[in-house]
Ligand binder design. Structure first.
Ligand code: ASP
Ligand code: MG
Length: 402
């Protein structure tokens, strides 16, 4: 009998009513021919609330203790979910990450999964139980509790799907699938039937909140199909699987936006070996992840280097670079907070050279200035002013019939 792993996010479990509704729906499904493993996140805003508590107490809570605290959110929701299922006559059992032996490295609050012991879960499945596992948490070789980074329940779900050789992962969420654009910005956006792993991975990197990129990466590596569907409503959802580019596949599948970025420019960087290295080592030392990078052509032996980072990292990154700049006369750092990234994604981009022109034309016709460009086989991203993001999304939707 195939095993199906279902992942439920915090917003699908934000109230007892929603948990109850879900249990009632699962009770119906239980009579169908598959074995269910549920991975759940903390209810609603619980993780944010726990984080707030810690930082209200101290500006620098020890990462180990932060993990101890954050992991309690998911421990609540697994137990409540199990109780709700029992109420509807389903024999369910809940486990924490520690209990299912979800082993991680020791990098607290950002731990990487090393493996998971599937025996216990398979044993309970054999007994006919629905197994509910706490997302987002694991345990080190030293028995310390860890968490996998925000949104990490997707990673737990995928790790279990791999270990249990599941038929598929169902990502159950607030929307009935993945859309060609954010329907709040472009109401005519359509649900997509099928997406390739590659497109979904680019979407995750481009700022889509649908799935954690590491979960998509593992799905792709182990060829586990993902079905994105509504947590409470029936519908077809969106399949993410291995797809070949072919005549039936649209050239462009969607437009994704990210308004949580910021841009930094370092002016007057001496044009000699090692300078770029120095700048990005300075950022790495501050744990700042860099996304797009553009270096201008050399003028009078100096360059300008611009790049994007997460907006939340801006103050830290700017401070570190300003102190670096003090060592180099003429070097200067400028931050821009109100920028955003707009990304066009599609398998056809690699074979259709007109996509980039079409994108730039559509943005130009809206009077939108492009500040940076980055491309890959299946995406074209532009950094633009944040205030123009919505009109940019709409323009691309119209241009590419999304
Ligand atoms: N509860 C955790 C968070 O909010 C993990 C998750 O939701 O996936 O980040
Ligand atoms: Mg959450």
């Amino acid at each position: 009998m195939p095993i199906v792993v279902q992942k439920y996010g915090g917003s699908s479990l934000s109230t007892l009513e929603k948990i109850d509704l879900l249990a009632a729906k699962l009770a119906e499904r239980e009579r169908r021919e598959d074995k269910l493993v549920l991975v759940v996140s903390a209810m609603g805003e619980t993780t944010n609330e726990l984080t707030r508590l810690a930082y209200e107490l101290t500006p620098s809570p020890p990462a180990r203790e932060l993990d101890m605290l954050l992991a309690t959110g998911e421990q609540q929701s697994i137990a409540l979910m199990a109780m709700a299922l029992h109420k509807y006559g389903i024999d369910a059992i809940s486990y924490t990450g520690v209990q299912v032996g979800l082993k991680t490295d020791t990098l607290h609050t950002q731990a990487k999964v090393l493996g998971v012991n599937s025996d216990k879960i398979l044993g309970q499945i054999e007994k006919g139980k629905v197994v509910i596992v706490a997302g987002f948490q694991g345990v080190t070789a030293e028995d310390d509790v860890t968490t996998l980074g925000r949104g990490g329940s997707d990673i737990t779900a995928m790790a279990l799907a791999v270990a249990l050789k599941a038929d598929r992962l169902e990502k159950c969420t607030d929307a009935d699938g993945v859309y060609t654009a954010d329907p709040r910005i472009y109401p005519d956006a359509r649900r997509i039937d099928r997406l390739s792993y590659e497109e979904m991975l680019e979407m995750s990197y481009a700022g889509a909140k649908v799935l954690h990129p590491r979960a998509v990466f593992f799905a792709w590596k182990y060829r586990i199909p993902i079905l994105v569907k509504h947590a409470h409503l029936e519908g077809q959802g969106t399949w993410i699987e291995e797809l070949e580019e072919n005549v039936e596949q649209p050239i462009i599948s969607n437009v994704t936006q990210d308004a949580t970025i910021a841009k930094l420019t370092v002016y007057g960087v001496p044009d000699r070996p090692g300078m770029a290295c120095k700048i990005f080592e300075t950022l790495a030392a501050q744990d700042v992840a860099v996304d797009m990078i553009v270096q201008s052509t050399t003028m009078r032996d100096v360059n300008d280097i611009s790049f994007t980072i997460k907006r939340g990292d801006l103050a830290r990154a700017k401070g570190a670079l300003e102190s670096l700049a003090r060592d180099y006369p003429g070097m200067d750092v400028q931050a821009e907070e109100k920028v955003a990234k707009i990304t066009l994604i599609g398998l056809g981009i690699r074979s259709d050279s007109h996509v980039a022109t079409g994108m730039f034309r559509a943005l130009a016709d809206e009077g939108i200035n492009i500040q940076m460009i980055a491309t890959s086989d299946v995406k074209i991203s532009c950094v633009i002013e944040e205030a123009q993001l919505k009109s940019g999304v709409r323009a691309l939707c119209r241009k590419f019939f999304l």
